[in-house]
Design a protein around this ligand. Structure first.
Ligand code: HBI
Ligand code: FE
Length: 293
């Protein structure tokens, strides 16, 4: 069993690279309806919350409201824009498989969609999280380069045994990143933009910290996989992610090997503090607390 919990090869029916056919024609109307519900909820909410790059990507790919998009159709436009394509996978794939796809400009998207009674929370990334959340940003050339560099960095981190540090970079940018704009903070992270509740919480709540992005600091910061984040990191621009990819991570990993993790809600003197959170949501038990409402 490797570190990511996978043992052995791809599941039955999947190719060696864990891809499967999307089988767009076999989605049921009920599955299309779940996509439509989620799509309409998010597109009503995101103007003024999602960054321009995301909203432009949504338009460019015409991820319209009539149901689950056909990857063949998305890929014609996406490949023309940035050379990326979306490939269908059964669910989470081993880290090395994941990074190899990203390093080759292929985004592995879950082929399944959540059930109508799971609209607000699901364990594994489904097609709505992956395609609505992640793919629009891949139409931005700078972000597209960053994601490919992340894949290459992942392969190297695996070889150096530093995946835990690199996974934090992905988590606090690609999944839960915020960006500064003249009009205020905006969302670019897929985990936020595909979630109605976190699209509100990440920008409006007084509970989480919001700190200026710093690569080494992010790599020392644990994250939540089961609830809203207790800290969000803010970048000044999508271009600033290019600087991240130009760093040689090896000396950084060496320094990190000797540095203790920071507390998830901790603020240190070197932080550029945008908002100091009350952590009231986390202290009240988070989702469990609201589950009683
Ligand atoms: N597999 N399909 C899929 N999607 C992911 O986002 C994903 C994955 N496997 C590994 C993984 N993410 C993370 O462990 C890496 O980013 C570290
Ligand atoms: Fe994701």
């Amino acid at each position: 069993m490797s570190a990511d919990g996978f043992s052995g090869g791809p599941p039955p029916g999947a190719r060696l690279d864990w891809t499967i056919d999307q089988g767009w024609e076999s989605y049921t109307q009920a599955e299309h309806d779940v996509w439509i519900t989620l799509y309409e909820r998010q597109t009503a909410l995101l103007p003024g919350r999602a960054c321009d790059e995301f909203l432009r990507g949504l338009d460019a790919l015409d991820l319209h409201r009539s149901g689950i998009p056909d990857f063949h159709r998305i890929n014609e436009e996406l490949q023309r824009l940035t050379g990326w394509s979306v490939v269908a996978v059964p669910g989470l794939v081993p880290d090395d498989v994941f990074f190899d796809h990203l390093a080759n400009r292929r985004f592995p998207a879950g082929q399944f969609i959540r059930k109508a009674d799971q609209l607000d929370y699901l364990k594994e990334p489904d097609i709505f999280h992956d395609v609505f959340g992640h793919v629009p940003m891949l139409t931005d050339p700078v972000f597209a380069d960053y994601m490919q560099a992340y894949g290459q960095g992942g392969q190297r981190a695996l070889s150096l045994g530093r995946l835990a540090n690199l996974a934090r970079l992905y988590w606090y940018t690609v999944e839960f990143g915020l960006i500064e704009t003249e009009a205020g903070l905006r969302i670019y992270g897929a985990g936020i933009v595909s979630s109605r509740t976190e699209s509100l919480f990440a920008l409006d709540s007084a509970s989480p910290n919001r700190l200026g992005f710093d690569l080494e600091r992010v790599m020392r910061t644990p994250y939540r996989i089961d609830d809203f984040q207790q800290v969000y990191f803010v970048i000044p621009s999508i271009q600033s992610l290019q600087a991240v990819t130009l760093r040689d991570f090896a000396p950084l990993y060496d320094r990190l090997a000797g540095a203790a993790d920071l507390g998830i809600a901790e603020i240190i003197s070197a932080d550029r503090v945008i908002t100091t959170g009350s952590q009231a949501y986390a202290k009240a038990g988070g989702l469990l607390a609201s589950a009683g409402d």
